[in-house]
Design a binder for this molecule. Structure first.
Ligand code: EPU
Length: 419
């Protein structure tokens, strides 16, 4: 298995551009199943999860052309297979996003249940209940969700919990339903808004995305369009922490700063000087050791769970004690034991990690357990003295485009050892 080796201990200084958002492009690719014509999608990040989604849609019959600027042309008109097999779904939970579009557009879907996950149990009951509210018949048998429906009918769908992909699945299905659907307690994440904007560009009538109530007036059909994916706020936040943890300076371009308010405010509390433009963010931490920050994760606009591990890494070398509480997933502290191998002082009590900053960490071999944990370990490697070798880096390739090249542009000494 490929590994990443980082020789840490030096401040980063440089600039880098931000890629399209993983968690926006995946539902947008799934939404092409709803469409009667070819679609083109721009600002597509080159990520393993994008390849997996293309493989999944390809098995269903969709045809793809990728041009040199990572613009993807999708022709969904030959879709004939409504099956998302376990082998693909188990590698990428976001495969569940084909459920709503398939049942809405083709009246049939057979999607494997995703099964366990490194960060929590992650059931999909709310996706199922939401589609049932729209009139689909769903049964779970032999590890698969089997769904069928005539035309879905708009309904009021109250979500017991805020769920990002659950909201997206129902929103996509409702786009082609008859009548009006209202999703209550909807997720407000920028990626949900991006999907709504894409659906509207295809002719859907979605309003209220970005608030906790989304209204969808169903239409008969959706047409092809071109859509550019929004910049990745989690990649942006990760590079900002890379600057902060190394007491360096980073300038990020092609970013969307207004999707990162909670993260930027925590970086300021950590002592970073920020200079925010319309699509740029400069972080300057030169000459300063970060100060520990205390935070609690929760759905947007609160602090994102997908940035929790990176801020645990930041706190490991900060001045003072930071308390990080995870409320979205029940098992998202797998990175802690690996950070302890580098010399971090962290105690986990239930869903809270108490991190006492140490003046210095030292490099060691460590292992990534999931996507954001792997980003956290790379960040820790940037500041730990000596060599840190991060094993199982395939996790990082799921969600970070060209991570070594980009960190290299910021001056990091980082290289990949092939398997
Ligand atoms: N939940 C249920 N039932 C459901 C759905 C969710 O109990 O039917 C629970 C989950 O177990 C969890 C909470 O609700 O405790 C929130 O989960 P959510 O459904 O919002 O997560 P998701 O849609 O599966 C997306 C992102 C994740 C991100 C979370 C939270 C995508 C493709 N994935 O997952 O991204 O952490 O929202 O913001 O959008 C990542 O990029 O590393 C990642 C894990």
């Amino acid at each position: 298995m490929a590994k990443i080796v980082i020789s840490g201990g030096e401040p980063l200084n440089g600039e880098v551009w931000i890629s399209g958002a993983k968690n926006a492009v995946l539902p947008i690719l799934a939404s092409t199943l709803l469409c009667d014509e070819s679609m083109s999608i721009g600002n597509v990040p080159h990520l393993h999860d994008v390849t997996t989604t293309m493989e999944l849609l390809g098995q269903m019959g969709a045809q793809f052309i990728i041009d040199e600027r990572m613009k993807i042309h999708v022709d969904p008109r030959h879709t004939h297979n409504f099956h998302a097999p376990y082998d693909l779904v188990k590698t990428m939970r976001a495969s569940i996003l084909v459920l709503g579009p398939l049942v809405a557009r083709y009246g049939e879907a057979h999607v494997s249940l995703p099964g366990g996950c490194a960060i929590g149990s992650r059931p999909v009951d709310l996706h199922i209940r939401g589609l049932q509210a729209l009139g689909a018949e769903l049964v779970v048998e032999n590890g698969y969700i089997h769904a069928k429906a005539k035309r879905l009918k708009g309904a009021r769908v109250g979500m017991d919990l805020v769920t990002v992909t659950g909201t997206e699945n129902i929103m996509m299905a409702a786009a082609l339903a008859s009548g009006t659907t209202v999703i209550e307690n909807a997720a407000q994440e920028p990626e949900v808004v991006d999907l709504a904007n894409c659906l509207n560009a295809m002719g859907a009538q979605v309003s209220g995305a970005g608030t906790n109530t989304i209204t969808i007036q169903g239409v008969e059909r959706l047409h092809g369009t071109h859509y550019d994916v929004l910049p990745d706020r989690i990649e942006t936040g990760t590079f900002l922490v890379a600057g902060a943890i190394t007491s360096g300076r980073v300038l990020l371009k092609k970013a969307r700063p207004n999707t990162l308010d909670s993260v930027l405010s925590k970086l300021e509390q950590a002592g970073a000087h920020l200079n925010v433009g319309e699509d740029t963010i400069e972080l300057d931490m030169r000459g300063n050791r970060p100060k520990a920050v205390t935070l609690t994760t929760a759905p947007y606009p609160a602090f994102p769970t997908d940035m929790q591990a990176q801020f645990v890494a930041l706190n490991t070398v900060a001045e003072g004690v930071g308390v990080v509480t995870e409320t979205v997933f029940e098992n998202r502290f797998m990175h802690v034991q690996e950070l302890q191998r580098l010399g971090a002082d962290i105690r986990v009590e239930g869903n809270t990690a108490i991190i006492r900053g140490v003046p210095e960490m030292t490099g060691a071999p460590i292992m990534a357990t999931d996507l954001r944990a792997s980003a956290c370990l790379v960040l820790a490697g940037l500041v730990a003295k000596g060599d840190t070798t991060v094993d199982r880096v395939y996790h990082i390739d799921r969600g970070y485009e060209c991570i070594e090249e980009k960190l290299g542009m910021l001056g990091a000494k980082i290289r990949r050892l092939p398997s």
